[in-house]
Write a protein that binds this ligand. Structure first.
Ligand SMILES: [Zn+2]
Length: 121
C-alpha cells in the first residue's frame, strides 16, 4: 500500500465529489429534458417523475464517487521542489526522495517554507 498524505486524500475526495455532482446533475437534466441521441423526438418528463427514481441516482452517484476517488488516489502525488542554487521550481512525484536539479546537480528542496528558511534579514 502506497502512503498518501492527508492533503492528497482530501483533494481526491473533493474532485470526486465535484465530478459526482456534475454527473448526477447531468443525468437528471438529461432525464427531465428527455433528450437521447437515439431518439429524434425528445420525450420530456416532469421533474417530480424523474425524482421518483432517486435511488438510482444515489446508487450511481455513490458508485461514481468511489470509482473517481480511488482513481484520483492512485495518481502519483506531485510536490513542488525548488533548486537552492538556480531557484527553478519543478513539480515532481513525492515518491522521489533525492531529486536533483538537472542543471546544477544539487539536491532539490521543498518549495513549501523555502523562502522562510532562506530569508536573510
Ligand atoms: Zn538548479
Amino acid at each position: 500500500m502506497i502512503q498518501r498524505s492527508r492533503k492528497h486524500i482530501k483533494s481526491s475526495a473533493a474532485s470526486a465529489m465535484l465530478w459526482t455532482i456534475v454527473g448526477v446533475a447531468g443525468a437528471i437534466i438529461t432525464e427531465v429534458s428527455g433528450y437521447h441521441k437515439s431518439k429524434p423526438q425528445p420525450t420530456p418528463k416532469p421533474f417530480s417523475e424523474v425524482m421518483q427514481s432517486w435511488p438510482v441516482f444515489i446508487t450511481l452517484g455513490l458508485l461514481a464517487f468511489i470509482v473517481i476517488f480511488l482513481f484520483k488516489l492512485r495518481e502519483k502525488e506531485q510536490i513542488n521542489k525548488i533548486c537552492p542554487k538556480c531557484e527553478t521550481v519543478s513539480s515532481i512525484s513525492v515518491e522521489i526522495d533525492n531529486a536533483k536539479c538537472v542543471t546544477c546537480k544539487v539536491p532539490l528542496e521543498d518549495l513549501e517554507g523555502y523562502y522562510e528558511r532562506h530569508s536573510q534579514t
